[in-house]
Ligand binder design. Structure first.
Ligand code: A2P
Length: 268
């Protein structure tokens, strides 16, 4: 009689599931998006992040990624940087449709509508891949149910790095359902810091000088009406949050909703 030894699975099914890559699109040599299958049991709130990864030498290697698709979507979308020597993204950037990707089971995060108190105008300030959670929230009808105006800013070094958010905003307006809800409410404000573009400069400088508000034709930040979410590098978050606090807005969380929330854009 042969002896069977139960092999330990490489991925703990309590922590992650194995999903299939559906599509991959490369925007620049530093940025790409990919879509994967979504298990029926996978529930998340638009704006949350989850662990994503691959099996590397038989061991799971996972990193946090904001889900860029809204919670009603049947698939899951992610927007990623490619770090040449990044342990995960150097390999992940080579995925093809049909490949396996690991998906964590516990989405979480603070860039969620629940963490904000009611307001009139919602700002979403992003740099680089920090746009990803806002790609989710801008496609969620609840965003437009809760706010009269939704202003998404995206700042990148170069014009071609804005391609994902520009494509997203253009497609959204054409969407028969969400497009109608977003029409007249959604504003997409893009700026570049190292190339010519209709708007240039860091978002912090544009807030501080008031140019952002005059360009948009809206009043300066006001805690009575304005709510905000910030996603970018640690420095960008720190500097933007300081300006919001100076304007009288208070940082909130899931446990204690308030006037703005922050989250670091993930990379690696
Ligand atoms: P800059 O070109 O002036 O550094 P990165 O790729 O380094 O994360 O930068 C993405 C974008 O965020 C760039 O346009 C960059 O501008 C901008 N940025 C970097 N640091 C800050 C900061 N502390 N506050 C506001 N914007 C920032």
């Amino acid at each position: 009689m042969s002896e069977t030894v139960a092999e330990k699975p490489a991925v703990n099914p309590k922590l992650a599931s194995v999903e299939k890559v559906l599509s991959v699109h490369h925007y620049t040599d530093r940025l790409f998006k990919f879509r994967i299958t979504r298990p029926q049991s996978f529930r998340f709130r638009s704006g949350e992040f989850v662990m994503i990864g691959l099996l590397q030498d038989g061991k799971p290697l996972l990193r946090a990624y904001s889900v860029a698709s809204p919670n009603w979507d049947e698939e899951l979308e992610f927007f990623s940087i490619k770090v040449p020597d990044g342990p995960l993204t150097s390999v992940l950037q080579k995925i093809q449709p049909g490949d396996d990707v690991l998906l964590g089971k516990k989405p979480t995060g603070t860039l969620v509508l629940d963490a904000l108190t009611p307001g009139k105008r919602l700002y979403m300030f992003s740099t680089g891949t920090g746009f990803a959670p806002f790609a989710s929230l801008m496609r969620d009808p609840e965003t437009y149910e809760k706010f009269d105006e939704v202003i998404i800013t995206h700042t990148c070094r170069q014009v071609n790095e804005l391609a994902y958010s520009v494509e997203m905003a253009e497609n959204l307006i054409k969407d028969p359902l969400i497009g109608e809800m977003a029409e007249g409410k959604l504003r997409h404000y893009t700026t570049c810091t190292r190339e010519e573009h209709p708007h240039t400069g860091r978002i912090t400088d544009l807030i501080e000088s008031g140019k952002l508000f005059s360009d948009l034709g809206v009043p300066p930040l006001d805690p009575a009406t304005d709510r905000a979410m910030i996603c970018g590098s640690m420095e960008m978050i720190k500097d933007t949050a300081a300006l919001l606090e100076k304007a009288g807005l208070t940082e909130g969380s899931n446990a204690q909703p308030a006037e703005f929330v922050i989250e670091k854009a993930f990379a690696g």
